[in-house]
Design a binder for this molecule. Structure first.
Ligand code: SF4
Ligand code: SF4
Length: 150
């Protein structure tokens, strides 16, 4: 797990907002903005990779992405479970929901807290506006299915 200790988000706020406002999966760039693999990480790796910011290919971001839940055929285009795969199969269709950031073990807690505390209301309100939009039939269908399984 990257830094558990909170840093001053103001140092990265400008570039972070640019990432969060760009219509592309944000997780890879948030990972690079983070502090890298930490000795306290729970993964059992004997090699010392402290500070490395590489994608661990854990697939968390791919699994959580709502676009791929709604359109599983996209996911079938690749066996890879990395941020690079997410970039290629989601690209500019990204919902900017920020779920991939929260699911990534390589993204700093400071960034995750910023997303939760400063971005979630905007994200929820944007998604809510799209519910009922005739151009977004998949979103309506997804919600109906989720409610029927509740
Ligand atoms: S839709 Fe959400 S989870 Fe999927 S890539 Fe975009 S921000 Fe990440
Ligand atoms: S969630 Fe896993 S697969 Fe996705 S960017 Fe982070 S480390 Fe890579």
């Amino acid at each position: 797990m990257p830094l558990r200790i909170q840093q001053d988000v103001k140092e990265i706020e400008g570039v972070l907002n640019e990432i969060l406002n760009t219509l592309r999966p944000p997780v890879g760039r948030c990972r690079l903005l983070s502090s890298g693999f930490n000795p306290g990480h729970a993964l059992n790796i004997t090699e010392d990779i402290s500070g490395h910011k590489e994608c661990l290919a854990c697939g968390n971001c791919v699994d959580i992405c709502p676009i791929l839940v709604r359109e599983p055929s996209r996911r079938e285009k690749t066996e890879q479970r990395t941020s690079m795969a997410l970039e290629s199969i989601v690209g500019e269709d990204c919902d900017l929901c920020d779920a991939c950031i929260l699911a990534c073990p390589q993204v700093d807690t400071t960034i995750k807290n910023y997303v939760v505390n400063h971005r979630m209301i905007e994200v929820m309100s944007r998604l809510e506006k799209r519910i009922g939009d005739e151009d977004e039939p998949d979103l309506d269908l997804f919600l109906e299915e989720a409610l029927s399984q509740a």
